[in-house]
Write a protein of this length. Structure first.
Length: 169
């Protein structure tokens, strides 16, 4: 069982290192703890109640704790989302915490390969997303420069000819 918690902590920590490197709000420690906690809850859900209420009339639903982990992490993730100046920030952080909890649950269930594969996909996705954003921002900056130059040119034209006012066009 300790191996399951250790695997979850390491995999969550890898995602956290990437987030820490990108200077995001939730970094190494947060992802490490979320994955480890999710693994522990998964283990408790599956094995923590052996021998309790073992009768033909009573049956335990071992998925209930796991389901509550999903809801709880969703609540924590919602707290990381910020709407500021007509822009939404923190969605990737929230999604990262959510998938890190799922990875922790998979490791807690003993599904090491699935947890490791998902971690690799998360890291690839975050890196690919970062690459696309950098390329998009580079294009956006060049268009902003062109727009600034055009505005400056119109302002200089209005200074030369006081009867030409680009603002009234």
């Amino acid at each position: 069982m300790f191996l399951r918690i250790l695997a979850a902590a390491l995999l969550g920590g890898l995602i956290g290192l990437e987030r820490e490197y990108r200077a995001k709000e939730a970094g190494f420690r947060t992802h490490f703890l979320v994955a480890m906690g999710a693994a522990l809850f998964m283990i408790l859900s599956a094995h923590g109640f052996d021998g309790v209420l073992v009768t033909e009339n009573h049956r335990l639903d071992v998925s209930r704790i796991a389901a509550q982990v999903v809801s709880g992490i969703g609540f924590i993730g919602a707290g990381t989302i910020i709407f500021q100046r007509h822009a939404v920030r923190g969605l990737t952080t929230a999604a990262g915490l959510w998938v890190t909890a799922a990875i922790g649950m998979a490791a807690g269930a003993g599904m090491y390969v699935l947890a490791a594969e998902t971690t690799v996909l998360v890291l690839l996705g975050l890196e690919a997303f970062n690459h696309v954003l950098r390329r998009f921002n580079r294009n956006k900056k060049s268009s902003e420069i062109e727009e600034t130059e055009a505005t400056a040119e119109m302002e200089s034209t209005s200074e030369i000819n006081p009867f030409f006012d680009s603002k009234n066009d």
